[in-house]
Ligand binder design. Structure first.
Ligand SMILES: Cc1ncc(COP(=O)(O)O)c(C=O)c1O
Length: 362
């Protein structure tokens, strides 16, 4: 049986394959393997009683901490229940939105456009260009009929990214045409600073940046994301479309602790950048098997399987039997059963997965 799995569906794997969820290493959820910050673990017990009060409706202290972390103005920020809530809120801020989505893309964008009764068109990054952005070509695909352009940067699932200096032409065009440009930066903390477009929010009112604490801070259960824009009316409309207290008092306190742990932030950045380089070298060594990959900018890599040997689904099943869950990318628009994606976990686990892949194609 073929099923599409989200990277966090380990319980579904348990049900279908009979493998206990806690034994499965998820190479599909794109969450850092390094665990939560020590500062959070030490400080949170003092904050347990915070649930006795409603959170500050304006989340002033949290926005200040987030603003310091990502060098944005707290007054330009809005917090929500994961980047998921903000993705939904920005797409739904207009009734029946007409959206242009850069694909391959995270499926939630399309789902939210559908919920809003809107219509989605796709601009496909091309495999022959290594899924790199051709900004002039994307500008050519924009027209005043669109309400929103949705870009993931770095892109899930390709792990390619557009540099902030290159995206400016696109933002100029969106400003000119009155199109909201939503840039989902859920994976930006793993990438080089040059890819972060959030500093451009001050200059471009069309820009709405979406960020998350789920992946880099190893805290998907916190359900904390945030949005950044200098566009006051957009910020107000998004705020009106979401629940007033969607971030709990405890998540509020937890995030402030996590964001203050500079040593932890440095450690995760260093580990991921070293592991990314190491894994690329190992993948380069597999070239003679016909395996290729897109050079990753985030904490995961898109791998193209050779014509011979197992399909993406067959490889997924082989890996699951070894208690490793990878992402079969066959259900992504613009990809097929020759693509898989996996994120970088602990070194010895990554090596185990790479050996399994090597064995499958030699
Ligand atoms: C591109 C992208 N955006 C948003 C999300 C949702 O993240 P959050 O946990 O912050 O809601 C994910 C989760 O996989 C993702 O891959």
């Amino acid at each position: 049986m073929k099923e599409a799995f989200h990277g966090s569906d380990v319980e579904k794997i348990e049900e279908l394959y009979g493998i206990p969820a806690e034994e499965i290493i998820s190479f599909a959820a794109n969450v850092s393997p390094l665990g939560v910050s020590e500062k959070y673990l030490q400080g949170i017990t003092e904050k347990l009683r915070s649930v006795e009060r409603y959170p500050d409706r304006e989340y002033t202290a949290l926005r200040k901490a987030l603003g310091r972390y990502c060098k944005a103005e707290p007054r330009h920020m809005i917090v929500g229940g994961g980047s998921s809530e903000l993705i939904g809120a920005v797409i739904k801020h207009k009734k029946t939105p007409k959206a242009l989505i850069i694909a391959p893309a995270y499926a939630e964008y399309e789902r939210n456009v559908n919920i809003a009764g809107g219509e989605a068109d796709y601009y496909y990054l091309k495999s022959e260009d290594g899924f790199e952005f051709d900004i002039d070509d994307i500008c050519g695909a924009l027209s005043p009929e669109y309400d929103i352009l949705i870009v993931c940067n770095p892109v899930n699932p390709t792990s390619t990214a557009v540099a902030s200096k290159d995206i400016e032409r696109l933002l100029d065009k969106c400003d000119e045409l009155g199109i909201v440009c939503a840039v989902d930066e859920t994976y930006i903390d793993f990438a080089d600073e040059a890819y972060d477009v959030s500093p451009l929010t001050k200059k471009h009112p069309c820009l709405f940046v979406i960020r998350s604490m789920s992946k880099f801070f190893c805290a998907p259960g916190l359900r904390l994301g945030f949005g950044i824009t200098s566009n006051e009316s957009l910020l107000r409309e998004i705020g009106e479309n979401k629940d007033p207290w969607s971030v709990s008092s405890l998540s509020n306190e937890a995030a402030i602790l996590m964001l203050s742990d500079e040593a932890y932030i440095k450690k995760v950045k260093k580990y991921m950048s070293e592991e990314r380089d190491r894994i690329c070298k190992k993948l380069d060594e597999l070239k003679n098997t016909g395996i290729s990959y897109i050079r990753p900018k985030a904490n995961f890599v898109l791998v193209r399987l050779p014509g011979h040997g197992p399909s993406s689904h067959e490889l997924f099943e082989r890996a699951v039997r070894e208690r490793m869950m990878i992402r079969d990318c066959a259900d992504f628009r613009g990809l097929d059963e020759t693509y898989i994606r996996f994120c970088f976990m602990m070194r010895e686990d990554n090596d185990r997965l790479l050996s399994l892949i090597k064995e499958a194609y030699t």
